[in-house]
Design a protein around this ligand. Structure first.
Ligand SMILES: [Zn+2]
Length: 391
């Protein structure tokens, strides 16, 4: 008679029959795990391992949930320690982790974090890491619990490529990150702040017809590796053996041009197609607000058009205020973007959404709103005086 070993037996997992904790029903143990390890998000970071092995580091996610609609223009990153020393502020403004800048602080600059935030967020993940080392049985139960509830955030192309790389011929050790977590990721959040040239290169590739590909200019060698990772993303996600169920993608470019110079559909179209192959997938694109001056339904996901902003049956597109304060030549600068009627100079009595709607109408009517933001223009476009009273 053939002896069939379970996965646990095959990995040499002791049943821990003398343990009081493991004698209680699994439902109760899961409740204990849920109480102790309420980890909603973890950041994955690739670190160079010995002999070229893939190694990853996990750090806690402290970013507010994406449903939080509070405007974040960059000023929220100012620690307000000193008006003379803006070292921390400038570093945070330059973060490539986007809305997860505070998570980068936690990962690299622990001492600069807000104390309450850092202690609360790190304690849970630190205890989690320690508990994983108790025994193999606890490891398996904890990993199973975390994989269903935790979103894993990736903020750089190198990690994304390593995370989704094809498994080598020899399978990774079963009780390693690569062996037990990589193949089981259910919730993935990709946060990428990339140079504009990267997005333009992908657009060039994806919009070139097959006949003209030979005449296409070669992409900047600097981005070849990243372009390959992005192009392979849909097929790699489809190959995830345990099935992806949540995928959030936050994108922005680091240039001063409006976000809408990027062809969103060219960049995200292949990912969008995943929803037909994985019907259960919750797909959310988090993108900067489209600029009405150059918006184009052929290039952008716009409200009222196919697969546009808001909810659709297959995926969601959410628009966010773009980071306004940035660092250039070691100076904090302000980058204008839509809505231009943003900030303290506009009547607070008018809801921001209404100001934005009226401004968008101006742009679509062919008016350069940036040149008409005089008091007269505000009267004309917003119907309000400087004191915020309607005419
Ligand atoms: Zn985070």
């Amino acid at each position: 008679m053939a002896l069939i070993l379970s996965a646990e037996e095959a990995c040499g997992v002791d049943n821990q029959s003398e343990s009081i904790f493991f004698s209680i029903p699994i439902e109760l143990r899961l409740t204990v795990y849920a109480h102790l390890f309420n980890i909603s998000g973890l950041h994955i970071r690739f670190v160079a391992g010995r002999d070229g092995a893939r190694q990853f580091k996990l750090t806690p996610c402290a970013a507010p949930p994406i449903t939080d609609e509070e405007d974040r223009d960059g000023t929220e990153r100012d620690p307000r320690i000193s008006i003379w020393d803006q070292t921390i502020y400038k570093r945070r403004l330059s973060s490539s982790w986007g809305s997860h800048w505070m998570c980068e602080d936690l990962a690299f600059y622990f001492q600069d974090c807000d104390k309450s935030m850092s202690e609360a967020e790190s304690a849970s993940s630190r205890n989690f890491s320690s508990t994983l080392r108790v025994c193999k049985k606890l490891y398996l139960e904890l990993v199973n619990r975390v994989m269903t509830t935790t979103d894993f955030h990736v903020t750089d192309m190198q990690t994304l490529g390593a995370l989704l790389a094809e498994t080598e011929l020899s399978p990774p050790p079963p009780f390693s990150f690569e062996g037990s977590i990589c193949p089981r990721i259910v919730g993935l959040s990709i946060v990428l702040s990339q140079p504009l040239a990267f997005f333009q290169a992908i657009e060039t590739i994806s919009t070139s017809s097959h006949d003209h590909q030979e005449n296409r200019p070669p992409p900047n060698p600097q981005y070849v590796g990243d372009i390959r990772v992005w192009s392979d993303l849909p097929s790699r996600l489809l190959a995830q053996p345990h099935g992806l169920r949540r995928l959030h993608i936050w994108l922005d470019h680091t240039g001063e041009e409006n976000w809408s110079v990027v062809n969103e559909r060219a960049i995200l179209g292949p990912v969008e197609a995943l929803t037909t192959r994985i019907p259960e997938l919750q797909l959310v694109f988090l993108l900067p607000k489209a600029h009405p001056r150059i918006e184009d339904p052929q290039r952008h996901y716009l409200s009222g058009h196919r697969g546009g902003e808001g909810s659709s049956s297959r995926f969601q597109v959410r628009r966010l205020l773009r980071q306004r304060y940035r660092v250039e030549d070691d100076r904090v600068i302000y980058v204008r973007d839509f809505p231009h009627s943003y900030g303290k100079n506009y009547p607070s009595a008018i809801p921001p959404a209404e100001r934005e709607r009226v401004e968008a109408e101006g742009w679509r009517a062919g008016v350069d709103v940036t040149k008409q933001m005089t008091l007269e223009a505000r009267k004309r476009w917003f119907g309000w005086t400087r004191q915020g009273r309607r005419r």
